[in-house]
Ligand binder design. Structure first.
Ligand code: PXP
Length: 364
């Protein structure tokens, strides 16, 4: 039997209420997880074309069952709604073990489809561009003067449509200075993302300045720019502690990681809100074959992270050419881009450079 489309009403109730329905319509005592009442049965069934009936779900029982099975409440609710929907379509697991098995399989398929639809709906909102203005500060620091000012650059980037501003306050203060961060906190109208190593001094500054969120990155003094992703698996306890300090201050935490399954799982385990997948290895690929392979890892990582309920962003080494491969990658909500935008801004101006990148992201 092929499930058809139609309209149902969904009632989310507590145990007390579902117990009443259970007693009244099924002569059974106590609560149950889901009940389905068809509008297609009985003498007027034919008149209700397109109207399938009511599904009643007890959220209390669903929550208990979710906990027992180690599922999220959403996952359990989706399965119960699918189960009720199949009943309305005429399936009945009480008729035979074979039908019970078919119903179970169908439920799995529907839940899977609901998850895909949900992810697609989320991605209907286009990904955002967040602009990293560190390189403006690098140019200023070349003369230790006041120009160009990353704070002004951030304002121009926002006027051009950027939906986030990123700065990395390094321990050696090679580009962004404390003053920049303070002023940006006052002036950024979108979202300020502070990239930082997990050093105590910087953590304290972040907790005081309160950016919208922080991105924890590995930081080595000798490197030209952030090289690899942050190691999460081996320092879970420490990171969990740091993340909870930020959460207490109502600051979300993103972890900049390589797209490796263990790092992604550990990011979720330590309580991160977002993972920023490191795209530098992909951007630095020496040939097409290598690029395809490295990109595939990012794609799989994004799917895994989104499946775990993490928000996903991506960044490092992205430019006006290699961003195009991200077309159709629905899980990525934000791209963090600095160098290529600033490099182009030298020729065409910051406003146009930002607009062009937003245009490309809009086509993904
Ligand atoms: N994301 C992170 C975590 C970074 O460290 C950087 C570089 O500062 C970027 C994104 C931006 O990289 P790029 O300047 O190569 O666009």
């Amino acid at each position: 039997m092929e499930p058809q489309t139609g309209e149902v009403s969904l009632l989310l109730v507590e145990d007390r209420e579902i117990s009443r329905y259970n007693r009244r319509y099924r002569q059974r005592s106590g609560p149950t997880n889901v009940l389905a009442f068809s509008l297609r049965e009985g003498p007027f069934g034919e008149m209700n074309r397109g109207l399938w009936g009511d599904i009643v779900v007890s959220t209390e029982t669903a929550a208990r069952e979710a906990q027992e099975a180690g599922l999220s409440l959403n996952e359990r609710l989706a399965a119960l709604i699918a189960h009720g929907w199949l009943h309305l379509q005429g399936y009945d697991h009480e008729r035979s073990p074979a039908e019970a098995r078919i119903m179970e399989l169908r439920t799995g398929e529907i839940v899977e489809r609901m998850g895909r639809e949900q992810r697609r709906n989320i991605s209907m909102t286009k990904a955002r561009l967040a602009v990293n203005v560190d390189h403006v500060a690098t140019l200023r620091q070349a003369r230790r003067g006041s120009e160009p000012d990353p704070v002004l650059a951030a304002g121009f980037a926002e006027l051009a449509g950027a939906e986030g501003i990123i700065v990395h306050l390094r321990e050696d203060r090679r580009h962004i200075q404390d003053r920049d961060l303070r002023l940006l906190r006052e002036t950024v109208q979108t979202r300020l993302n502070l990239e930082m190593g997990a050093a105590e001094e910087i953590i304290r500054i972040a907790l005081k300045v309160k950016p919208d969120f922080v991105t924890l990155v590995p930081e080595k003094r000798q490197e030209l720019t952030t090289e690899g992703g942050l190691e999460i698996v081996k320092q879970q306890k420490n990171l969990a502690r740091i993340i909870s300090r930020f959460h207490k201050a109502r600051i979300d935490v993103s972890l900049f990681i390589d797209a490796e399954p263990a790092q992604i799982q550990a990011s979720r385990d330590v309580g991160a809100d977002i993972v920023e997948l490191h795209t530098g290895h992909y951007a630095n690929a020496r040939n097409e074959k290598e690029a395809v392979k490295r990109f595939e890892r990012i794609r799989e990582g994004a799917e895994q992270a989104a499946g775990l309920g993490l928000k996903v962003s991506a960044g490092h080494g992205l430019n006006y050419v290699n961003i195009k491969r991200f077309a159709g990658m629905e899980e990525i909500e934000e791209y963090s881009i600095g160098h290529s935008i600033m490099a182009r801004a030298i020729y065409v101006g910051l406003d146009q450079a930002v607009r062009e990148m937003i245009g490309l992201i809009g086509q993904l």
